[in-house]
Design a protein around this ligand. Structure first.
Ligand code: IPD
Ligand code: CA
Ligand code: CA
Length: 262
């Protein structure tokens, strides 16, 4: 069986290779299509990055399962490993030339998030974590912030692609955080938001209606950096990643209270 170190090395190499493609094509003319809604974009770079990562995994880890955003879905042949891939997290940013996007690769073993790698190709920042072994940025250990007062905290969130039509749009919670915290960002990459919680740049982050590929790597990185990750009510993070609250732990209960006011 491939060991965890091999898995981390492979995930890191593939994240850097896909990131190099993103860097090369950044601010060039792109073919852009839409998916679930006119605001839900996909570019040729999303697809190319997914082909690169999934193609390499087929060669190097043929017995592993894959779940990736742009449609690659393969059941494994008994290895117990599942690769959960967002080939380009922050597609709207990428399509507009806004410099906040990344590659996110999680590797889960027997259903447990075991390895996570997130790579920001413009800042050349590679975040990684292995369960039980800490979280790192470019090889240096990272920790969540020490802020315990939500009023002094910096937070981030995001809005799902159905925001124009759905009543479940996160705007109420967004308003409550804007009125209570120091500031709130909406920067357009869930995986980087999680890594920023892990490295103390943010104190907390929440979002609804995400997918497993948005959070598989980042949730592990937050936990391994000493943070807390739950659903919106303080229960375990759902396997499909659809409801997430991530924080330094110290402001977590205050976040949950703002998300579910009495
Ligand atoms: C999106 C980003 C964004 C979040 C959306 C995600 P994509 O992923 O992570 O920050 O608010 O909910 O769908 O589509 O750019 O991979
Ligand atoms: Ca995503
Ligand atoms: Ca994506």
């Amino acid at each position: 069986m491939p060991d965890i170190e091999d898995t981390l090395a492979l995930a890191s190499r593939l994240a850097r290779e896909a990131g190099a493609v993103q860097r090369e094509r950044y601010e060039t003319e792109l073919r852009i299509g839409t998916k679930s809604a006119p605001v839900d974009l996909v570019t040729e770079v999303d697809r190319r990055c997914e082909e690169l990562i999934a193609g390499a995994l087929s060669q190097e880890r043929p017995a592993d399962a894959i779940l990736a955003e742009e449609g690659t879905s393969r059941s494994g042949r008994g290895s117990g490993w599942l690769w959960v891939i967002d080939p380009l997290d922050g597609t709207v940013n990428y399509a507009h030339g806004y410099p906040r996007f990344c590659v996110s690769i999680g590797a889960e073993h027997e259903g447990i998030r075991t390895v996570g790698v997130v790579y920001d190709p413009l800042l050349d920042e590679l975040y990684h974590a292995v369960r039980g072994a800490g979280a790192f940025r470019n090889g240096a250990p990272i920790r969540v912030s020490r802020e315990s007062d939500l009023a002094r905290g910096l937070f981030a969130t995001g809005f799902a692609y159905d925001v124009h039509h759905s009543a479940d749009d996160n705007l109420d919670a967004f308003g409550r955080f804007v009125k209570s915290a120091r500031a709130v960002r909406r920067d357009g990459s869930a995986a980087l938001d999680l890594c920023y919680v892990a490295s103390g740049r943010l104190d907390g982050y929440w979002e609804r209606k995400l997918h497993a590929w948005d959070v598989s790597a980042g949730a592990l990185i937050v936990e391994e950096a000493g943070g807390r990750v739950t659903d919106l009510r303080g229960g375990p993070l759902p396997a499909d990643g659809s409801r997430i609250v991530a924080s330094n732990g110290l402001v977590h209960d205050a976040m949950l209270a703002l998300l579910s006011p009495r």
